[in-house]
Write a protein that binds this ligand. Structure first.
Ligand SMILES: NC(=O)c1ccc[n+]([C@@H]2O[C@H](COP(=O)([O-])OP(=O)(O)OC[C@H]3O[C@@H](n4cnc5c(N)ncnc54)[C@H](O)[C@@H]3O)[C@@H](O)[C@H]2O)c1
Length: 279
C-alpha cells in the first residue's frame, strides 16, 4: 500500500544488483511512494546484474560509480543533481562485499589486502559518499541518509568474519558524520540493522541457511525480509522520522533483544547429544 510518503522527494539509491537486492525493493517502494530516484552501482554490477530493468520500471536512470572512488562519486552526484535540478532529499547506501568471505579466508587467517578492500567497500565508501555530498552541498535541509548494517557490529556471529568490523565502522561513521550533518545542515544520518536476508551478498556468508533459520527462531516476529527493510527505509526517508538521527535501528523482528527462545531451544535440545563436542 502506498501513502505518498515521499511525494516530491528525490533520492539516490546505491546497491541494486538484481531483484533480490534490498536496494531493489527500496527503489520500488520509493517510486511507489512518489519519489524520483537515480540508481547507482559499479560498471561491472550494472553489466552482470539486472538494474537496468529496475530503472525502466521506476522511470529512473542508472549512473555507474565505484563507491570507493571519490572522483566517480563526484561525477555521480553532480549528474544526479543536474537531473534533479538541485539537491537530494535522501540517499541509500546498500553496499557490502568482503573478499575474505568470498575466498573463504577465516578471521584467524585474514588476507590484509582483502581486509582493506572489505573496509573500503563496506564502510569507508559510506564516509566517501557523505563527505563528497557534504563538499558538494548535495543534500537538502531535512534530508535523510540511511546505510544498511547487521547485528554483527555489536555481537559476534560465527562466519560473519571481517564484515563484522566493517559494520562496526559503518555505524560509527553514521554517528560521527551524523553530528556534523545534523548540526550544520539539518540532515539525518542513520543505519538500519537488518535480519539475515536471502540476497547475493547475504548468501555469501558461511552457513547462511542455518543463520537464517536460527535468527527466525530467535525473533518473536520472525526475520524481517527485504520488503520489511524497504518499508523501514521509506519511513526513515520520510518526514515522519524528522528527529531521528545518529541511530542504529534494528529491523530484525526482535532478534537483538533476545537471549534464547522456545523455538530455538527446541532445536538445541534435539541436537544436544549430536553436538556435544562442537566448539
Ligand atoms: N543480506 C543480508 O543478510 C543482509 C543483512 C544485513 C545487512 N545487509 C546489508 O545490506 C546491504 C545490501 O546487500 P544485499 O544483501 O542487498 O546484497 P546485494 O549483493 O544485492 O547488494 C550488495 C551491493 O553492493 C554493491 N557493491 C559492491 N561493491 C561496490 C562498490 N565498490 N561500489 C558500489 N557498489 C558496490 C554490489 O554491486 C551490490 O549491488 C549491504 O550493506 C549488506 O551488508 C545485508
Amino acid at each position: 500500500m502506498a501513502y505518498n510518503l515521499l511525494k516530491g522527494k528525490k533520492g539516490l539509491i546505491f546497491g541494486a544488483l538484481n531483484d533480490k537486492s534490498i536496494a531493489w525493493k527500496v527503489a520500488e517502494r520509493a517510486h511507489e511512494e512518489g519519489a524520483e530516484i537515480v540508481l547507482s552501482n559499479t560498471a561491472v554490477a550494472i553489466r552482470m546484474g539486472t538494474v537496468s530493468e529496475l530503472a525502466e520500471k521506476c522511470n529512473s536512470v542508472v549512473i555507474p560509480a565505484d563507491a570507493t572512488n571519490v572522483a566517480e562519486l563526484e561525477h555521480l552526484i553532480s549528474q544526479t543533481m543536474m537531473r534533479f535540478g538541485g539537491q537530494l532529499d535522501f540517499i541509500l547506501h546498500s553496499i557490502g562485499m568482503s573478499p575474505n568471505v568470498r575466498k573463504g579466508r577465516t578471521y584467524d587467517d585474514l588476507d590484509y589486502d582483502y581486509l582493506q578492500k572489505t573496509l573500503d567497500i563496506s564502510a569507508l565508501s559510506f564516509h566517501k559518499v557523505l563527505q563528497t555530498s557534504w563538499k558538494m552541498d548535495a543534500i537538502k535541509r531535512g534530508g535523510s541518509v540511511v546505510a544498511l548494517s547487521y547485528i554483527a557490529a555489536q555481537r559476534t556471529l560465527y562466519g560473519y568474519n571481517d564484515m563484522a568490523d566493517a559494520k562496526a565502522l559503518l555505524e560509527s561513521i553514521a554517528r560521527s558524520f551524523g553530528y556534523i550533518y545534523g548540526r550544520e545542515r539539518g540532515v539525518r544520518i542513520n543505519t538500519i540493522s537488518q535480519s539475515p536476508t536471502e540476497t547475493t551478498a547475504g548468501g555469501g556468508v558461511m552457513g547462511f541457511d542455518a543463520l537464517l533459520d536460527f535468527s527466525n527462531r530467535m525473533s518473536p516476529l520472525g526475520n524481517a525480509d527485504a520488503m520489511d527493510c524497504a518499508d523501514s527505509c521509506i519511513m526513515m526517508f520520510s518526514d515522519l522520522s524528522r528527529k531521528i538521527t545518529m541511530q542504529n535501528i534494528f529491523n530484525d523482528g526482535g532478534f537483538s533483544s533476545m537471549g534464547m527462545s522456545n523455538k530455538a531451544m527446541a532445536i538445541y535440545n534435539r541436537n544436544l547429544e549430536e553436538c556435544k563436542d562442537c566448539k
